[in-house]
Unconditional design. Structure first.
Length: 147
């Protein structure tokens, strides 16, 4: 066997055999199969992070508006909040707000591009809760209850 290897090294034959090439391709395929799902999970987490950030930013915008108008009812429309720099609406990647309890409270809904939905609800007593609906595949940054 060593004689064959020695002869091959010193002969004019150069290159790889078909078996060697197939083994390398197989190894690359296995590594790609492992890396791709991990990458897609990170993508969903990033999209969910953006949705959470948008929800928190809208809270700041609404609270700022509330100091002037003294009612959340007047502070949940795109016209009242513009320019926020946020995409206001109910589609994926957008955030929306609704006033509740006669303008004394509000609920923010942020729609992630991954399919998850994040909520910030401010109650009339001033406390707020953060919940999420993690129905998207992989759940990204939502464990199904809170964030």
């Amino acid at each position: 066997m060593l004689a064959n290897l020695h002869q091959r090294i010193h002969s004019e034959e150069k290159g790889f055999t078909l078996i060697e090439l197939l083994v390398v391709i197989l190894i690359i395929g296995i590594l790609a199969a492992i890396a791709l799902p991990a990458f897609l999970g990170q993508r969903a987490k990033g999209q969910d992070g953006e949705a959470k950030s948008n929800a928190r930013n809208l809270v700041s915008q609404i609270e700022s508006c509330y100091t002037q108008k003294q009612s959340y009812t007047n502070c949940v429309t795109a016209a009242a909040l513009n320019p926020t720099g946020l995409e206001i609406g109910s589609a994926k990647g957008q955030v929306e707000a609704a006033a509740t309890d006669s303008g004394a409270a509000y609920k923010i809904t942020s729609h992630s591009k991954s399919g998850n939905t994040f909520f910030i609800t401010k109650q009339t007593d001033g406390t707020s809760t953060r919940t999420c609906d993690g129905t998207a595949a992989g759940n990204g940054g939502c464990d199904g209850t809170s964030w």
